[in-house]
Design a protein around this ligand. Structure first.
Ligand code: HEM
Length: 220
């Protein structure tokens, strides 16, 4: 039987939102792995100095770091200026105490989750926080970059990077914050994947498939 006999469907995530979601997921995965390797380069016990493992891993970190930086900026732009207001509408729920109670109760299996936009208030606040964490890890990453590459883009960023380094109390602090923030992404990802699967089971729609196909299905 086709889905149209039993369900209606609505497009909730545009192609741009879906593509950027998976770009972010891929870049975060690679950045966590390569970042931890940069921090603890355990593979190298060279006989000579002609061993490039660390350089290749740092190169991959930078490529995906710049990808994440670009996606983070575009995603902020789309949130505020994208054609669909389905994400922006969730702000109404964030500002409503009742919506918070409805969401928290629905998580305890009591009542339904009614939302003005596509996210519940707790979900929205979590995504806003991780978006700012992404901004911060990109800024600290770019500061670390500017301190190693003094020409081209690194050179262009030198002055703001030096200012941020001074504000943060030195380059060691920038590096340690970049490292701490890595754990924020690891913890977020575990909870995020769990909640995406769980909410599909709990609410029977708007689950993992919607960030692939874009569609949300409702029983008729
Ligand atoms: C989710 C995003 C990211 C994660 C999880 C991440 C993780 C890490 C970690 C764990 C380190 C090692 C820090 C240490 O020495 O203890 C590192 C270093 C570094 N990261 Fe990132 N990073 C991310 C994004 C970025 C971005 C956006 C850039 C810039 C484009 C960047 C550039 C760098 C640079 C230049 C280093 C220092 C490399 C070195 O000292 O050789 N990172 N990153």
């Amino acid at each position: 039987m086709s889905h149209s006999a039993t369900h209606t469907r609505t497009l909730i995530f545009s192609p741009a939102i879906r593509i950027f979601h998976w770009f972010r997921a891929l870049s975060i995965l690679i950045l966590v792995i390569t970042g931890f390797y940069i921090s603890w380069p355990f593979l190298v016990a060279p006989e000579s100095n002609d061993v490039q493992v660390q350089s290749y891993i740092r190169f991959a970190h930078l490529v995906f770091g710049f990808l994440l930086t670009a996606v983070t900026l575009v995603r902020f732009y789309l949130f505020f200026f994208g054609k669909s207001d389905i994400e922006r509408r969730s702000i109404q729920d964030v500002l409503s105490v009742k919506s918070w109670l409805v969401q928290l109760r629905s998580y305890l299996w009591s009542g339904h989750l009614h939302k003005a936009g596509v996210y519940g208030p707790l979900q929205f606040v979590t995504y806003a926080a991780i978006s700012f964490a992404a901004l911060f890890i990109c800024i600290t990453g770019l500061v670390l970059y500017a301190n190693v590459y003094h020409l081209g883009m690194g050179g262009m960023m030198w002055e703001p990077a030096a200012w941020i380094t001074a504000q943060m109390g030195g380059l060691a602090e920038v590096r340690i914050w970049h490292h701490y923030l890595t754990w924020v992404f690891i913890i977020f990802t575990v909870i995020h994947v769990y909640m995406a699967v769980w909410s599909g089971i709990r609410f029977k729609h708007n689950s993992v498939d919607s960030i692939v196909s874009g569609y949300d299905y409702h029983k008729k």
